[in-house]
Structure formats: structure tokens, C-alpha cells
Ligand binder design. Structure first.
Ligand SMILES: [Zn+2]
Ligand SMILES: [Zn+2]
Length: 346
């Protein structure tokens, strides 16, 4: 086994402590990554807030970057020193229809999560990347554009890919009209990516104060969603609306802004929602969802961001300030993503 330093919570309600954990010895298709930066995702807060003790210990962290420090005997796609990135999935069955379609994120035998998952071979609990080192199967490691700020690349691996898949699925490009609901970690990346794809971008926000930020990120229009007249003015005018809001809310006002044959893609885990089907019938509209991304789309995203110079807007904190990052994220006090600098761990 390989020892590494990590931040771990041992029981529900306990705080993260700096501890030594064990990673597996490299299998023939494994890559060891020296983690330099890891984004702080809302999922990390959920995992740490879980009440079942069976889910613990928890080492959070599932959007990270670093450099390859060792490779297994059968690894050919990576070499020591390569700049890489890893997201929220580290394995899948590889043979079900979802995996064969390059949608490992929807693996019918359930993808192995980067933390809080079970390794497919030895059954051990996976530990995330709030750590100095991560050991991961090569198929779930991605080449990272070396010209981009590594700290600002990390959030692409969860927040970024989650908005990228719908943008690609609905073929967003020049002439497409895209709406983005919410301007947080996911939303700000949706705006940047949709803009870079050539779309005309509208941001829907409840906070008029975010208008200037939205335009700086690349939005062409900003609509305050509580302004009924402004909402009515953009009725039936978007080919794709990506709703990034995770709190329970009514989808109907956003469906109203979708154009003929357009789609509202809701990315929040909203549970049960109620829709008057007439809101879909008139205009033959679709309601969809998405989450995370498969291997082809993930590398596609990183390559696209390399070509267009796109990264997340981040606030980088030393890993020793992890409690501050989680605390502020819980209060939504972040623009737009916290990233931990883990180079202070040995
Ligand atoms: Zn995440
Ligand atoms: Zn599968």
C-alpha cells in the first residue's frame, strides 16, 4: 500500500482532520497522480453532512488536477510528469449499453464514484482527492491542456462536464439561443462554454446585482426571473435552457421561455416536480436532465477549453483552509468555485 496525506471525516457530524490514508499499490492499468488542486463541490458538503455512519470515513474531492507520478505496466496513454485531470467517476463496467455508448456516467452497473464508492475489484471504499495522491484506473484519467491554470481547470471535471454534456447533446453552436438559469459554479461555466460555442446566451437570475457579472462571463442578455414582464418578453425564444438551480423551484416559468421543439434541461436534483403537460404540448417542448459526463465528452471538454482558453473563475485556498471553504460554500459565499491548493500536503 501507498501512504498519503488526506483530509478525512470519520463519523457523521465530525470535522475534517488531516490524516494518513492508504492508497492501493498500482495495478497494471493504474496511474498515480500527485494531486495539486481539487475543486470544492456541493456534493462534498452533502457527503460530509450524511447521517449514515456506513458512509464514513469520508475523504471528499472529485474534481482534481495534478501530475502523473507513476504508471502501471500496461499503461500506454500516460507517462510520468503528464499534466492530468480526474472527475467524479473512476471506473465503470465497460460493457453495458451506456458504457458502450461512451456514457460511463450512466453505467447500468453503477459507475465507481471517486469517493464514497466501492472499488470494482477489491470492494474497498474509495477516498477522494482532498489528498496528496490519488491512484486511478487509466481509462478515467484525462490529458489536461498544459497552458491553462491548473487550479482553474479542476472545476471543469465536475461542474464543467455537467453543463458541457447538454450543450453538446443539443448541438449548441452559432445561431443557437441558450438560456442559463442560476449563476453559480455550474451556471458560470455554462455561460462561458455556450458563448465560446457561438450561441446567443441569456442568463436568468433572481439577483439583479448579478447582471454585470453575467455579461462579463459572456451573456448577451440578462433576465431577472422575478420580473414577469421581462420573462414574458422572452417567451418561446430559447432552443435550450439549462437550469442549474439545485433548490426546489417551479420549472414552468422557464419552460415558457423554451422555443418550438426546444428543451429545458434541469441539472439540479429536484426530486418530484409537477408540470402541467400543456406547458410541454404548446410548442412540443421537452423536459430533460443530465448529470456528469462520459469519457469521450470529458476529454472533448478539456480539449475545447484548451483551444478557447476557458477555465472556471476560482478562489484558491491552501488546503489547510478547507474548513473555511466548506463553511463559505454552505452559505453560497463563493465566486464561483473554491479550489484547494494541495501542494501544502506531503
Ligand atoms: Zn461534484
Ligand atoms: Zn456499464
Amino acid at each position: 500500500m501507498r501512504s498519503t496525506t488526506a483530509y478525512q471525516a470519520t463519523t457523521p457530524g465530525s470535522t475534517l482532520e488531516r490524516v494518513t490514508i492508504e492508497r492501493r499499490d498500482l495495478r497494471s492499468d493504474d496511474v498515480a497522480v500527485r494531486v495539486t488542486h481539487c475543486g470544492v463541490c456541493h456534493s462534498d458538503l452533502h457527503a460530509l453532512g450524511a447521517s449514515e455512519s456506513s458512509a464514513f470515513p469520508v475523504v471528499p474531492g472529485h474534481e482534481f488536477v495534478g501530475e502523473v507520478t507513476a504508471i502501471g505496466a500496461a499503461v500506454t496513454a500516460f507517462a510520468v510528469g503528464d499534466p492530468v485531470a480526474v472527475g467524479n467517476i473512476v471506473d465503470s463496467c465497460g460493457s453495458c449499453p451506456m458504457c458502450r455508448a461512451g456514457q460511463e456516467n450512466f453505467c447500468q452497473k453503477f459507475p465507481t464514484l471517486t469517493y464514497g464508492g466501492r472499488d470494482r475489484l477489491d470492494g474497498t471504499l474509495t477516498h477522494g482527492a482532498y489528498a496528496a495522491e490519488y491512484v486511478v484506473r487509466d481509462r478515467f484519467v484525462y490529458h489536461r491542456p498544459p497552458g491553462l491554470d491548473p487550479a482553474a481547470v479542476a472545476p471543469l471535471m465536475c461542474a464543467g462536464i455537467t453543463v458541457w454534456e447538454p450543450l453538446r447533446r443539443w448541438q449548441v453552436g452559432p445561431g443557437t439561443r441558450v438560456g442559463v438559469v442560476g449563476l453559480g459554479g455550474l451556471g458560470h461555466l455554462a455561460v462561458k462554454l455556450a458563448h465560446a460555442l457561438g450561441a446567443e446566451v441569456t442568463v436568468f437570475t433572481t439577483s439583479p446585482s448579478k447582471s454585470e457579472d453575467a455579461r462579463e462571463l459572456g451573456a448577451h442578455h440578462v433576465v431577472v426571473s422575478t420580473d414577469e414582464a421581462a420573462m414574458a418578453a422572452v417567451a418561446n425564444s430559447h432552443d435550450l435552457v439549462i437550469d442549474t438551480v439545485s433548490a426546489a423551484h417551479d420549472l414552468t416559468p422557464y419552460l415558457a421561455t423554451v422555443a418550438l421543439d426546444g428543451t429545458l434541461c434541469s441539472l439540479g436534483h429536484l426530486g418530484t416536480v409537477t408540470i402541467e403537460t400543456t406547458a410541454l404540448l404548446v410548442g412540443r417542448k421537452s423536459l430533460s436532465s443530465a448529470g456528469s459526463g462520459g469519457r469521450p465528452a470529458t476529454q472533448d471538454l478539456l480539449d475545447f477549453c484548451g483551444r478557447h482558453g476557458i477555465t472556471a473563475d476560482v478562489e484558491v485556498l491552501p488546503s489547510s483552509a478547507v474548513a473555511t471553504a466548506l463553511d463559505r460554500l454552505a452559505r453560497n459565499d463563493v465566486r464561483y468555485r473554491f479550489v484547494l491548493d494541495l501542494t501544502d500536503l506531503s
